[in-house]
Design a protein. Structure first.
Length: 132
């Protein structure tokens, strides 16, 4: 009679519920030093973004942003944010594993290269066809 228990998500020993109760500056204590410095410098911008995101969710509108440098904080977990990638917006579903990372890491700006077949004149076998 084994009980199937789902492992609860933790980040640096704190559960997601505990992290969501923290202020942005208090959450900075749990991230790496580079991210901590960024959060402490930009905490007003991050709080403003989180508040705007909550308002958009309440109005049932998509959250769209050009700010790729925004650090993911616990209040954003569970949201779907459309991040600009140069020519369009890419949807990013925020999960707990993304905490402390930057939004731009999850919206890639460079597409995957798909190599097709060689064109006419590109190989020795098609050189004769190209001259005609």
């Amino acid at each position: 009679m084994e009980e199937t228990t789902k492992k609860q998500f933790t980040y640096r020993g704190k559960t997601l519920e505990e992290l969501k109760k923290l202020d942005v500056r208090e959450f900075a204590k749990y991230v790496t030093s580079r991210r901590r410095r960024t959060i402490l410098r930009q905490f007003q911008e991050i709080e403003k973004f989180v508040n705007r995101a909550r308002e958009k969710i309440a109005m049932d509108k998509p959250i769209r942003t050009h700010s790729r440098k925004m650090i993911i904080v616990p209040e954003l977990v569970g949201m779907k944010i459309f991040v600009h990638m140069g020519n369009k917006f890419t949807p990013v579903d925020i999960t707990g594993d993304m905490l402390g990372h930057i939004l731009g890491e999850f919206a890639l700006t460079r597409g995957r290269v798909k190599h097709g077949s060689a064109g006419i004149g590109a190989t020795k076998g098609t050189k004769a066809k190209a001259k005609k």
